[in-house]
Design a protein around this ligand. Structure first.
Ligand SMILES: [Fe+2]
Length: 285
């Protein structure tokens, strides 16, 4: 065997031995779910390293990136959630944890801008403060079950961007609920409210995740959408978003939240734009 082949063979065996040693250690010391998680993490992490063979400088850059991601987090900013979102991990976790039967409204992520305690409105209310610009829209529909039966008393918690592309949760005062509100369906399962057509917005691009997106040739835009969190006694809570069909970023959402069934069309009427949409909830198991 030539000398270079011997070096290759010996290096390959040392590389494999590291992985085997870690797996053995986990098998000897862990149990249950922790054991399962650590074994899989080891296999996938070592597999990733083996596949891309990072230089030591690249590995240090990766560690610096994660360090900076942690340092960017504070009370109002969660850079690790943004990292999870932009890698598609949040949507994958959402998909795995919210498997729904055919015909049920699909879920999407809650996102970072949900605020509990939005004001309760009667159907027909306008969720926008008087000074809010933008295109006024009427959103109306029913909340029903898989058989098409009305769900009475379902609560729709709604939040979205203002025309300046910001959520109320991003208001410096911290107590704005503009374009946020809770509505409740009547006996016929119907809901309706006025709001403003949502606009596209960017997820934060001034931190390490923004730098990662730029380096990977990606933008940080999300297509326009309205968030909904529906709850009703006896039904699974439904967290979802409705995406505007004429948005330029529909096919390249920075956080991969778009599903075809959640893309909606606003119809022009004499009274402004209108969107009719029914939500289908599944019974709690
Ligand atoms: Fe959003």
């Amino acid at each position: 065997m030539p000398k270079s082949a011997r070096i290759d063979a010996s290096a390959a065996s040392a590389e494999d031995e590291v992985t085997r040693a870690v797996l053995r250690r986990v098998e000897e010391s862990s149990e249950g779910r922790m054991r399962e998680l650590m074994l899989s993490l080891t296999r996938h992490l070592h597999g990733f390293i083996r596949e891309v063979e990072p230089s030591e400088a690249e590995w240090m850059a990766a560690i610096r990136f994660l360090t900076e991601t942690g340092k960017k987090c504070d009370e109002r900013r969660q850079e690790f959630i943004l990292l999870s979102d932009t890698l598609g991990a949040t949507m994958l976790i959402d998909a795995i944890n919210n498997r729904k039967p055919e015909g049920a409204t699909e879920s999407s992520v809650l996102g970072p801008f949900y605020q509990e305690g939005a004001p309760a409105y009667d159907n027909g209310a306008d969720l926008a403060d008087a000074a809010t610009g933008g295109e006024r829209v009427l959103i109306a529909g029913r909340v029903i079950d898989l058989d098409g039966a009305a769900i009475a008393g379902a609560e729709l918690d709604v939040w979205q961007t203002a025309p300046d592309a910001l959520y109320a949760a991003q208001d410096a005062s911290g107590d704005s609920f503009n374009l946020c509100g809770r509505l409740t369906t009547g006996a016929d399962g119907r809901y309706w409210f006025y709001t403003r057509k949502p606009v596209s917005y960017t997820v934060p691009g001034d931190g390490p995740v923004g730098a990662m997106l730029s380096a990977a040739g990606r933008h940080n835009w999300r297509p326009a959408h309205i968030h909904f969190k529906l709850s009703a006694s006896g039904y699974e809570t439904l967290v979802t978003q409705l995406f505007t069909d004429d948005d330029p970023y529909l096919g390249s959402d920075a956080v991969f939240g778009v599903k075809d069934s959640l893309v909606v069309h606003y119809v022009a009427t004499d009274d402004g734009l209108r969107l009719d949409h029914d939500f289908v909830m599944t019974a709690a198991s």
